[in-house]
Design a binder for this molecule. Sequence first.
Ligand SMILES: [Zn+2]
Length: 314
Amino acid sequence: MNLQEHIRRVLREDRKLSNFLRRRLENLDYEVESGLNGPFGGSNICIFFKNDIEFFESVMENAIDAMYYNYFSHIDDNSGEWAHEYLDMVDYIRKKYQDKIMKHYDDNCGSGSIPIKESIRKVLKEETQGIDSFLIKVMETYPNTGRFIDDIETFIKNSNCKKIEVAKFKYPALGLAVHNGVLFNEVIFKQELPDFLFIIFHEIAHQYQYKKYGDEKMYEFYLDETDVKDAAIAMKEIEIIADEFANRKVREFIKLGFINGPNKKSLFSIYKDVPLYQFERLITQTKDTIKSKNVSGFDKIAELFYNMVKVNTI
Ligand SMILES: [Zn+2]
């Protein structure tokens, strides 16, 4: 059964909150409220959301997503068990917060949608520089992607990715994600489609992380006062989450019938087995480079990363 079918089934049953969720309702409250005080709190919500219902649903999804990553990631997100927890969280949030959240939107934006907002929203969402030529290259290399290229596009745009670029690398990496965009190694276009998509989704996952945690958090590793050991643990965690995220997305595409599954039993988890000392070394080297070049500010640091990996062509 897929998640949709599980949900339908669970909806027909008499449900009772699981003890696991009951003990974490405070955390759910926290996720909803911190969303409202953070990313969903500003006046730009009127630009990003068409109406109060859409706004409410996004706040809810965001909170449930966070709950999944923080407390439920041991459960398969296609299982009946997750469908059950998911629906209980939906019920809980609707009962406790729906009026409040919709009121928040209406107070800030007025009810109903105003045409001008529509066009601003459109422009903002099209902000991913280079996305058109990137998607064309994807379709040229993998002709089968034509059927679902819109899904890839939406996924990238919703991550707030500002720029997407392909280049020859001098550094042995497949991609680089910084706060103002993603750079892919041209060799990824030689991979099988599932692997290719995995790599794309992994880097875009980092864009979602920037969107969620903010640029400061993601650059914290390289601050002078940050302990290298702690930074390595945090960085590995971020990579593992990006791997899991990419895996889920590839599995979703397989389930939707867009692509065939890979022959391997499970897709990659590139970072799970990378020892911590490798992260420590990378962080130390990067810190040294930042220091020796006397670079500061996110834009400059990102530029430094670009120059570290990219072969500059004239
Ligand atoms: Zn990564």
